[in-house]
Design a protein around this ligand. Structure first.
Ligand SMILES: [Zn+2]
Ligand SMILES: [Zn+2]
Length: 315
């Protein structure tokens, strides 16, 4: 059989499931991505890999490639940033410890915010827990959903622009690693670190070009230029900076299901960039050929990608 070319392949490298704050369970998410005509997607739930197994299991029969990943909460100084990690070893002890510390602090932080909100509004911690899927990482979106259920706000966006905003008296920062340390942890776990939406000012203060240069020096591999929270000018600026710093440029939807307007495939990543990322992955073996790759679940870590192995796992 002739190996399919990468031309026309649609790649979206930033999706969330119910394992964090998306509204689609992992298997449904992958089915929705396949139905939307995507060929390759990355599952990047916040600070967790709990969605990998069901997502990978769903991928094979659908003929869609799933690159397992995560979106790691971290900081540059006091500025909150998100680092995408692709194909890291989920069993890597150091990265696991860091993610687990971040997750448990997210719970404590969410509780502290709810306690403050409860002084002024009818909202309980139980209301928030009702919005969280089993095993999911608790976050501000779940508080927003509980506020919607209580009729306090109409939408998640309204909650984020008011009560849950960084400048709100109810806001509480959560503990997270410095981004340069997170970059090194991801590399140490065989993953590929890519800075998510570096210019998304709607979410709060953003990092400077110098900060990104420092992260590039620490080993950052790419930056997400094409993202729904970036303006056209911001997208162009990120591309210019990436060219200066020798970083890959990705594009993604940051899909969260019904919770946000971002459509699957709203932005996509060039096949050549995906190939470069895939070739750099060392944490999970990736089986298959260009355009037909399958990432299999449950492989022992550390073997590196086997790009020449027979395709077929799950296909
Ligand atoms: Zn993010
Ligand atoms: Zn995201």
């Amino acid at each position: 059989m002739v190996a399919p070319t990468l031309t026309g392949v649609r790649i979206d490298l930033h999706l969330h499931s119910t394992a964090s704050d998306g509204t689609d369970p992992p298997a449904d998410l992958i089915a929705a991505a396949a139905a939307a005509g995507l060929d390759v997607v990355a599952l990047t739930d916040h600070d967790c890999t709990a969605g990998w197994e069901p997502a990978l299991a769903a991928a094979g029969p659908l003929g869609i490639v799933v690159l397992p990943g995560a979106e790691i909460s971290c900081r540059v100084g006091t500025i909150s940033v998100h680092l995408l990690a692709y194909g890291h070893d989920p069993q890597d002890a150091q990265l696991r410890a860091e993610l687990s510390a971040t997750r448990s602090d997210r719970v404590g932080r969410a509780r502290r915010m709810v306690e403050r909100i409860a002084v002024d509004y009818l909202l309980t911690w139980e209301d928030v827990l009702e919005q969280v899927s089993p095993g999911a990482t608790v976050g501000r979106p779940h508080i927003a959903d509980a506020m919607i259920a209580r009729g306090l706000v109409g939408t998640r966006d309204e909650a984020f622009e008011t009560t849950l905003h960084r400048s709100s008296p109810y806001f509480e920062p959560h503990d997270a690693p410095q981004a340069a340390d997170a970059v090194r942890l991801v590399l140490g776990a065989g993953g590929v670190p890519v800075m998510a939406h570096p210019r998304a000012g709607r979410r709060g203060r953003t990092v400077t070009d110098e900060d990104l240069a420092g992260l590039a020096a620490a080993g950052l591999v790419g930056v997400e230029a094409d993202h729904p929270d970036h303006t056209d000018d911001e997208r162009a600026a990120v591309r210019r900076l990436a060219a200066d710093l020798g970083l890959l440029v990705t594009g993604s939807s940051d899909y969260h299901g019904a919770a946000r307007p971002n459509a699957l495939g709203a932005f996509t990543t060039d096949p050549e960039v995906y190939e470069a990322i895939r070739a750099a992955v060392r944490g999970v073996p990736i089986v298959g050929r260009a355009g037909t790759s399958v990432v299999g679940p449950g492989h022992p870590a550390g073997d590196g990608p086997d790009l020449t192995a027979a395709r077929g796992a799950g296909r």
